[in-house]
Design a binder for this molecule. Structure first.
Ligand code: ADP
Length: 420
């Protein structure tokens, strides 16, 4: 076969280099096939059984030397010319490539005028020499590199595996929690529906008293509201996870958000004998943001402050301007959060502690939740280019150390500024 009709496989992750080589060699009649990474390259080489392989060294998965060593171990590639083609010309890289099994070493960018002849030489049997002592030395180095990479890969895989196991557990916990969270209001709804049926049966002659009907309707509404909240939480978190959270940006007066929230929470706070002190937020600048969503984020943080503060405790809210942002600080005198968990509580499905003792009340001390509240809050705040974090000394039910959440929100949104 004339060299110019030979099949060549080129393993290279850079598209521009691939195109250039394909063009230069293709115009000479070579049949050039390309692969963008090591594993695909090995598969392609096995499929095409080329007369020559051009090998980039720095590749995303296996590097070119590792691929070469692997190919040399396959029966069909013991003698195939494998030519390293690399921009890495650091001292020793040529020797390392040759020791790993490469036949030659060419540098990128290729010299278009000389490249076809260089390829032809390798096809005709050219082999770049490497003195035996150099070979041994660099083979040792190559072996060490391989083991080091293997060690790093094992480490990476072990931590990925650990993370996957944790995620798996979080998801199964989540399923238990969701079914529990939905079943409670469902029980409520079916109870009231049953009650209504009974009332109708009993009073077939006369009308059911209005007060009874109202009581039943309120009960039904409560169940439906709770179910809607659970479903909304799941929808919000899935939107955030898929990056589909759309913001309707307008002026947001944080003092108003807190005023509304505190009057809605008055009853719950008094039931739990908690006090909520809100500092002078009127002085804060009006910020740009999605009022509804910012309210949800704040509501989730305050809701947690209520849930995780023992009866009789306090919640303090203050705000200050920090450069071009507003820092909202929500502090409680609750049970605190262990330092090592302070990042993960913002992850989806993350519920600290055991879900066995999960109570379903939203406001009871250590009451239940889906582990989505803070993930939603973080998603919303980050969609506003803000940040949310927590500071707490430890978790301690005996001597509650309290937690302090910070919500940092830019005063202006970048997209708005460019529109002006
Ligand atoms: P949940 O729906 O379970 O409340 P979140 O995402 O809102 O989920 O919170 C995750 C976990 O973070 C909670 O289970 C709780 O253990 C911890 N946490 C959140 N806020 C506080 C707080 N103010 N004090 C103590 N622990 C908190």
């Amino acid at each position: 076969m004339a060299e110019e009709q030979a099949t060549i496989v080129y393993i290279e992750d850079d598209t521009a280099s691939r195109l250039l080589v394909q063009r230069v060699l293709g115009s000479r009649g070579y049949d050039v096939h390309v692969a963008g990474n090591g594993l695909d390259g090995i598969a392609l080489a096995r499929e095409k059984e080329p007369q020559l392989i051009l090998m980039d060294i720095n590749l995303p998965d296996m590097d070119g030397r590792e691929i070469t060593t692997r190919l040399r171990g396959l029966p069909n590639f013991a003698n195939t010319p494998i030519v390293a083609l690399t921009a890495n010309i650091s001292p020793g890289s040529r020797e390392l490539a040759l020791a790993a099994g490469c036949t030659g070493f060419l540098t990128k960018p290729i010299n278009v005028a000389e490249f076809p002849q260089q390829v032809k030489d390798f096809l005709q049997g050219r082999v770049e020499p490497l003195p035996p002592e150099e070979h041994t030395l660099h083979l040792q180095k190559h072996a060490q590199n391989l083991v080091e990479r293997l060690e790093n890969k094992i480490r990476e895989m072990e931590s990925a595996n650990k993370r996957l196991r944790e995620l798996d557990k979080m998801k199964s916990d989540f399923i238990v929690l969701v079914s529990h969270e939905l079943r409670t209001p469902l029980t409520l709804i079916s109870g009231y529906a049953h009650l209504l049926e009974e009332q109708l049966k009993q009073s077939s002659q006369s009308a059911v008293p209005a007060a009874t009907v109202k009581g039943i309707a309120d009960g039904l509404a409560m169940g439906v509201t709770r179910m809607r909240e659970v479903v909304n939480e799941i929808i919000s978190v899935s939107r955030i996870a898929s990056g589909n959270l759309e913001l309707t940006v307008g002026p947001v007066r944080l003092s108003k958000v807190f005023d509304d929230l505190s009057s809605e929470l008055r009853e719950v706070l008094s039931q739990r004998q908690l006090t909520m002190e809100i500092g002078d937020l009127d002085k804060l600048p009006v910020i740009e943001g999605d009022q509804k969503r910012i309210r949800i984020a704040i509501e989730n943080v305050i809701g947690n402050a209520i849930k995780f503060t023992p009866d009789g405790g306090s919640i303090f809210v203050v705000g200050r301007r920090v450069g071009d942002a507003v820092d909202l600080i929500i502090r409680d005198t609750g049970i605190g959060i262990p330092v090592e968990e302070q990042r993960r509580i913002f992850d989806q499905f993350y519920v600290l502690g055991s879900i066995q003792h999960h109570s379903t009340s939203k406001s009871a001390f250590q009451g239940g939740g889906l582990g989505l509240g803070l993930a939603i809050a973080r998603g919303i705040i980050e969609a506003h280019n803000g940040r949310i974090w927590v500071e707490s000394k430890r978790r301690d039910l005996e001597n509650p150390p309290g937690s302090t959440f910070h919500i940092l929100l830019p005063i202006r949104q970048a997209s708005q500024q460019t529109n002006l």
